[in-house]
Design a protein around this ligand. Structure first.
Ligand code: NAP
Length: 326
């Protein structure tokens, strides 16, 4: 968002011994540690961070197993996420092609269980290798132990800040991508009369859609989706439908329903407007762009106005998606 103050210390780490050394030194000085991947999904307060920012640049790409139908790959947490996606698509593998051009690094993907266009990274993760900053030991988490949820994992909830992710192991498939696809992707394929699907075609579709709909963070500072989609119980949806019969919703399969927060925000009338120097993106109200805000306080004020407007209209409390560094 190009907002917020400075960090007291900033360090780049490229291997485990550097991670360990930095963490032990920070601990000795009683300084908090924050692990940064690409930084595009992090919001920083104006007073900055009185601790150590650890920029994760651990690299590595290793094919661990070639099965008849799948391939298992271990990747360093500091690898650029989209370089990894491109490489697997070039190998003809399915599983993360719909997660193309998401900014950030491989290590950030399990933290918020990144998802887009019907794929969630948790569907392909076998394990997550970490360094435990409390016990000074290595800890590997199985998929189940990561407790993945909708844009959630233990790494951003119960264990936030404890583990430095070192590497992630994925299982990807040699079978072609299977429909149904999200409407925008299907429309792209239909327009080109594509009926035999390859990972490359899905990647091309997602790149085209995202490039059109999402502002480039290096040109227009933004953190992607600024809010999570709302999850409501079936009785809440029934209530909402009384006033808003056309409210878009998707069955989560567990008695709850996802309502696109972009739609909720749009209904409040702020889409395309500027609040405290923050523009609510005119093509996707879920995205906030820093147009002329100078401080985190401006962003917080804009955020509060949007949250309050959505609550007043729908009685739904929407939540921020990017992590907050304070
Ligand atoms: P969209 O196509 O306008 O749809 C609005 C929302 O409806 C999406 O957020 C999506 O939820 C949900 N949705 C649409 N079709 C669905 C289906 N067939 N089944 C289940 N849910 C469906 O959304 P958009 O804002 O342009 O985003 C498109 C995709 O890119 C979404 O998957 C979104 O999550 C992803 N994205 C992520 C970020 C980020 O920063 N994390 C930023 C931009 C876009 P889901 O979000 O659960 O998919």
């Amino acid at each position: 968002m190009q907002l917020g103050g400075n960090a007291r210390f900033f360090a780049v780490v490229q291997n485990l011994s550097e991670v360990r050394d930095l963490c032990l030194r920070a601990k000795a000085k009683q300084l908090p540690i924050f692990v940064l991947g690409g930084g595009s999904n992090t919001v920083v307060h104006d007073e900055g961070f009185n601790g150590v920012i650890l920029k994760n640049e651990l690299t590595g790409f290793e094919v661990k197993n070639q099965g008849e139908f799948d391939t298992t790959i271990r990747v360093g947490a500091g690898e650029i996420w989209d370089n990894f996606v491109k490489r697997t698509v070039d190998m003809g593998l399915t599983g993360i092609e719909a997660l193309s051009v998401i900014p950030g690094c491989v290590g950030g993907a399990p933290v918020q269980n990144v998802g887009a266009y019907g794929q969630e990274v948790s569907e392909t993760i076998i394990s997550v290798e970490t360094y435990d900053t409390i016990t000074d030991t290595l800890a590997t988490f199985t998929n189940e132990e990561c407790k993945f949820g909708y844009r959630e994992s233990i790494f951003r909830s119960s264990e936030l800040g404890r583990y430095v992710i070192l590497a992630v192991t994925f299982k990807l498939y040699k079978t072609p991508p299977q429909p149904p696809f999200y409407k925008a992707v299907q429309d792209y394929l239909d327009e080109r009369s594509i009926t035999a699907y390859t990972p490359q075609q899905i990647r091309d579709a997602v790149i085209a859609i995202r490039t059109d709909k999402l502002p480039d963070p290096t040109i227009q500072p933004n953190a992607g989706s600024f809010f999570k989609n709302a999850i409501v119980d079936d009785w809440q949806l029934t209530e909402l439908k009384k006033n808003y019969p056309d409210i878009p919703n998707y069955d989560m399969g567990d008695g709850s329903f996802k309502i696109p927060t972009g739609w909720l925000i749009e209904q409040t009338g702020v889409k395309g407007t500027v609040l405290h120097g923050i523009r609510v993106h005119d093509k996707n109200a879920l995205v906030l762009i820093n147009e002329s805000a100078g401080t985190y306080a401006n962003l917080a004020a804009a955020r509060q106005e949007i949250i309050t407007a959505v609550r007043a209209k729908f009685n739904i409390s929407i939540e921020q998606e990017p992590l907050e560094l304070k």
